[in-house]
Design a protein around this ligand. Structure first.
Ligand code: 2P0
Length: 340
């Protein structure tokens, strides 16, 4: 991570810009043990994806009409999206002893709410920009703790490559750290985008409903601890098939808990099932390919960097109408100089 020494102050406006990439979990986060502090029920492991940066500028300029101004891709977000950013800014102000309202401007290259975890990149970049502009000097673990309060998956986007989010038991013990090995194991992902619209139900609501109504949920939480150990052992052994198999099982198990929720939460579309079968067929033909699916219909394929283009081409052949792209490991939070 590149650190700039302090916020840039121009005409007494403290401002900072930071960016972060999105990440996709190999071992998933699905459920909050402590919703107020965003402490999860399970630890999770993710891969940060290159080329998925969100860039955010925070300026403590007084905002407008005594309120924060929030712009996402140039527009004022509606509904809870703005409230989440303002609540997060309140947390940063409280920690830094700042009272000034701010202008927050965020530009994302990831389709919003498309199952590509745009909130992970968004809140990791916001945590870095807001804390720096407010004069806080956070180390990586503290930045990860702060990002967690914005969105759970943002905890991991502070780091590049593989990131392990320790569930912990409270605010102090729930944070992520980098795990070496993404390049040694030649990890890559092929993203099959079936839909870029808004989710039918938000992750936060869906995980809460799963926890409280799905009889399968406790079994997934229990299995998840063993899955994480297996995944870390596979990374350590540089064993991609072993990592792919456990990641696929963990993700499909997470969806099974949702399908068993009452009422059922089914993020999958017909194209999702078609993609799962296509990936299974590729694997039977000898290609390294395992699925993972988040809170949406899109499918991400865990594969090797060396075979990623081949896997993508085979999927384009088989899945008419799907947009298929190759993603390689990306870097963590970056602080950027602000020009005024
Ligand atoms: C993950 N997902 O581990 C899991 C797997 C989606 C499925 O983290 O409520 O936007 O803001 O903490 O982080 C998406 O949930 O939820 C997510 P909040 P978040 O990547």
């Amino acid at each position: 991570m590149t650190l700039s020494p302090s916020p840039v102050v121009t005409d007494h406006v403290a401002t900072a810009t930071a960016s972060a990439n999105s990440n996709i979990a190999l071992i998933k986060y699905w459920g909050k043990a402590d919703p107020a502090n965003q402490v999860p029920t399970t630890s999770s492991l993710s891969l940060t994806l290159g080329g998925t940066r969100t860039r955010t500028t925070v300026a403590f300029d007084g905002g407008a009409d005594g309120e924060d101004v929030v712009l996402i891709n140039g527009s004022v977000p509606w509904g809870t999206a703005r409230d989440r950013v303002v609540r997060f800014m309140d947390l940063v102000r409280e920690r830094a002893g700042v009272t000034e309202r701010a202008t927050v401007s965020s530009v994302s290259t990831v389709p919003l709410a498309a199952g590509l975890a745009s909130s992970a990149a968004g809140f990791a970049a916001l945590a870095a920009a807001a804390s720096r502009a407010a004069g806080l000097e956070l180390d990586d673990a503290d930045l990860s703790r702060l990002a967690r309060r914005g969105s759970g998956s943002a905890t991991r986007s502070v780091f590049g490559g593989l990131a392990l989010w320790h569930a912990g038991t409270d605010d102090a013990t729930s944070y992520a750290e980098a795990v070496p090995g993404a390049d040694d194991i030649d990890l890559a992902m092929v993203v099959i985008t079936l839909e870029t619209g808004c989710k039918s139900i938000s992750s936060s609501k869906a995980m809460q409903a799963t926890m409280t109504t799905s009889p399968l949920y406790p079994a997934w939480v229990e299995a998840s601890a063993a899955d994480l150990e297996e995944a870390l052992a596979a990374v350590e052994a540089r064993d991609l098939p072993r990592l792919g198999a456990v990641a696929e099982g963990n993700a499909l198990g997470m969806h099974a808990t949702m399908v068993a929720a009452r009422p059922a939460i089914v993020y999958w579309l017909p194209g999702t099932v078609e993609a799962i079968h296509a990936v299974t067929a590729l694997r039977e033909e000898g290609l390294p390919a395992w699925v993972t699916i988040d809170a949406g219909p899109n499918v991400k394929v865990i594969t090797s960097g060396a075979r990623a283009e081949e896997v993508a081409a085979a999927l384009r052949d088989r899945l008419a109408g799907a947009v298929v792209s190759v993603r390689r490991p990306g870097g963590g939070v970056r602080y950027e100089q602000v020009g005024q």
